[in-house]
Write a protein of this length. Structure first.
Length: 195
């Protein structure tokens, strides 16, 4: 019920704003505002480059990322399968197909400024260079390993990767440790890696 209300309100605000994403900052969100604020502060201060999100679902964090990208004149790439979780390893908590209650059409309609790309990342990757900030919110071990391995060479000096599921989901935590070992900083309990 809360999610349906959220989707209707998001759609209505975007329509009323004629695509002006600044309006969306006033909407109700399912994500923790304290964490989002800290994350956006990091993104805001990165050098010139694109923003990328892996794991959009219903756009809870994408609204903030897209809004800031628009304000700062950056490109923004939003990736999701839009058919739910694609992989499950033994360490993972979520099941294949969790998070299906969203759609490519809904997210494309909400975030007209962003480039919304459906499919399993990184197979779905479009051309991107100079990536300044990545929000990895794709939950599962394999998704994180493959996403980071693809994105790492694209990161600008001073760029940041933010891992939402670190410390919350075993697969995500294991992946971040394997990928970055000691080079992890934590902010509001989330893992942050600087390039
Ligand atoms: C927890 S949800 C994202 C939540 C969202 N950031 C928010 O603010 O509400 C996780 C999403 O990651 C997506 N996902 C997981 N692995 C993926 C992959 N390899 N490629 C694309 N999307 C993936 C799932 O489809 C799901 O929608």
């Amino acid at each position: 019920m809360k999610q349906i209300l959220y989707l209707v309100l998001t759609w209505l605000l975007n329509k009323l704003g004629g695509g002006n994403l600044a309006l969306l900052n006033f909407m109700i969100t399912l994500v923790n505002e304290f964490v989002v604020k800290a994350m956006m502060k990091e993104a805001c201060n990165t050098p010139s480059g694109s923003f990328v999100e892996i794991g959009v679902y219903q756009g809870g964090t994408a609204q903030h990322i897209t809004s800031l990208a628009e304000q700062q004149g950056r490109d923004v790439f939003l990736y999701d399968t839009f058919t739910g979780i694609p992989h499950k390893d033994i360490v993972d908590v979520h099941e294949i197909g969790d998070f299906t209650d969203t759609s490519f059409e809904l997210i494309s309609d909400l975030f007209s400024y962003a480039r919304v790309i459906p499919g399993i990342f990184p197979n779905s990757a479009v051309e991107m260079d100079h990536v300044a900030f990545v929000h990895l919110d794709c939950d599962q071990y394999r998704s994180i390993i493959e996403s980071v391995n693809y994105l790492k060479p694209l990161m600008v000096k001073g760029g940041v990767m933010w891992f939402d599921d670190y410390g919350l989901l075993a697969g995500a935590t294991k992946a971040v440790h394997e990928l970055f070992g000691e080079n992890i900083e934590t902010i509001t309990g989330k893992a942050v890696v600087r390039f």
